[in-house]
Design a protein around this ligand. Structure first.
Ligand code: PLP
Length: 243
């Protein structure tokens, strides 16, 4: 089916609305909205949907599987797009990240870091990937991410491994699903504290990012200091994997 003009218009107006909500949320807590990067999470949507958002002036897109994203990245072939890998990454898929994605939001194992590093070096461009460590602030067993209690030890070991192509830029978390707003905010507040502590403890000047907040909770995340919000449904609509 042809991608309708109507769909493009809807994406452009959703994008505008989400950006306005970000501006309002930032203003409400006297932050500058310039310090908040909107990642449009396009998983489950076609390259045409992404193209519509690009036409509307957007440049940062998030995907969560290599299988789905690589064909879209190559079809769009737009070197000015910043692609963010936001999903869980299996170590055997690490080779697809350098050269395609400029940000990885979900580092949670040393093994993965070593594989990314090796492939980043193998790339002719010697591609560097900005790294966010995923933290399981919701403390759910089935969730990915480093346990908050293990974070300092994890960073310590990452730094000792000395992987210069993987600059550590901050932390990411996924708020608990269907939890009361105050519990979600509690998780975001914890991520912020952890970032501040890591930055100081390890003297990491560029460890500034907090990737937190999705369609249902990005306003809470901004109030707790998010510098990146990952929004899919509120921009592109419900995901449809049947097409
Ligand atoms: C899908 C996804 C999002 C976007 O979720 P929405 O609720 O559609 O906004 C954000 N972050 C991650 C890690 C995701 O997998």
């Amino acid at each position: 089916m042809q991608f309708m003009n109507q769909s493009s218009d809807r994406i452009a107006s959703n994008l505008f609305r989400v950006k306005q909500s970000i501006v309002d949320a930032a203003r409400a807590c006297t932050r500058s909205s310039d310090a908040i990067r909107l990642i449009a999470v396009s998983k489950g949507h076609s390259k045409d949907a992404i193209a519509a958002a690009i036409v509307a002036g957007h440049n940062d897109f998030g995907e969560s599987t290599t299988q789905e994203s690589l064909p879209k990245i190559s079809l769009l072939g737009n070197p000015s797009i910043d692609w963010h890998f936001v999903g869980h990454l299996q170590t055997n898929k690490a080779k697809f990240i350098p050269g395609n994605f400029s940000w990885l939001h979900s580092l949670d194992s040393l093994d993965l870091a070593h594989k990314l590093f090796r492939h980043a070096h193998a790339e002719e461009k010697s591609a560097s990937i900005n790294i966010l460590i995923e933290v399981n602030t919701a403390r759910k067993e089935q969730k990915h991410g480093v346990a908050p209690e293990m974070l300092f030890d994890f960073i310590d070991r990452l730094l000792k491994a000395d992987l210069p192509a993987l600059p550590l830029r901050g932390l990411m978390t996924i708020g608990p699903h269907d939890a009361p707003k105050k519990d979600i905010r509690g998780c975001f507040a914890e991520l912020r504290r952890l970032r501040d502590e890591c930055r100081q403890r390890f003297g990491l000047e560029h460890f500034t990012e907090l990737s937190m907040g999705m369609s249902g909770d990005f306003v809470e995340a901004i109030k707790e200091g998010a510098t990146m919000v990952r929004v899919g449904t509120a921009i592109f609509g419900e995901r449809d994997y049947s097409k």
